[in-house]
Design a protein. Structure first.
Length: 253
């Protein structure tokens, strides 16, 4: 670690080191297989069964995106020491459903059911990355995308919103303004802004209620536009009270 490295990075670096220490040397199950036509060659598969061999970016992508592993747990454990730093560096670009797709790759591995030390290492990484993102004025991956990933990975929105409620200051408020601007359209249409694996309506309601409660004062202090403030206010209204409000945007859903 460089002596001049910002202290804000230290928890995230420690969490990444923890993943390497915990999952280094692991492999996919010896009997694991996948379709040669659609996933990759026997040589590719052999790399997953060989510990600590760095996968090329395309093989890493094909591995985390595949939904049909016999043992998702072992495959996820195999790639985590390389996968997590690639995520933090912004090198993982899901082609279809954004970071929700990455979070669902974590969820398929059932990491919360792993032995305590392994589950704690994954949880510490997710929380450290989330905290680092909220305190970074220019994170490589936008905060709303990291929130999506963490929510899908953990199957819950509450822990990440709780963290955001306690982490205040200009960067965190800036990211809140970016999220509000990015997601208000979907939320005003009563849609969750990402394709969730489960509990979509419950998460939409929780996110909406949290924004109505926590966002206005922080957005106002951040200098957000009156238009955006009205959009957040409208989230707290339902039915005709919402779409007959004079500040209801002129658009269709």
């Amino acid at each position: 670690m460089r002596p001049d490295q910002p202290r804000a990075r230290l928890p995230l670096d420690a969490a990444l080191d923890g993943l390497t220490a915990t999952f280094g040397g692991m492999t996919a199950h010896p009997d694991e297989h996948n379709c040669e036509c659609h996933w990759g060659s026997p040589e590719d598969l052999a790399q997953l069964k060989t510990p600590d061999v760095e996968l090329d970016p395309d093989l890493l992508r094909r591995t985390w995106q595949a939904c049909d592993w016999s043992d998702h747990d072992s495959v996820l454990r195999r790639i985590l020491p390389q996968f997590a730093p690639a995520l933090v560096a912004g090198l993982v670009q899901p082609p279809l459903f954004g970071m929700a797709e990455v979070g669902q790759a974590f969820a398929r591995g059932h990491w919360q059911q792993w032995p305590d030390a392994q589950a704690e290492a994954v949880g510490e990484f997710l929380h450290a990355w989330w905290a680092d993102t909220l305190t970074d004025p220019a994170p490589v991956v936008p905060a709303y995308e990291v929130l999506t990933l963490c929510t899908e990975a953990a199957g819950a929105l509450t822990p990440w919103l709780d963290d955001w409620a306690t982490l205040t200051g200009p960067p965190a408020d800036q990211h809140l303004a970016e999220l509000a601007a990015q997601w208000e359209y979907d939320l005003l249409g009563d849609q969750l802004p990402w394709h969730a694996w489960d509990d979509e309506e419950e998460m939409r309601a929780e996110l909406t209620a949290w924004l109505v409660r926590h966002a206005p004062a922080r957005l106002r202090a951040h200098g957000a536009s009156e238009e955006l403030l009205h959009r957040i206010r409208l989230l707290g209204l339902t039915g005709p009270a919402r779409w007959e409000d004079p500040h209801w945007p002129d658009r269709r859903y």
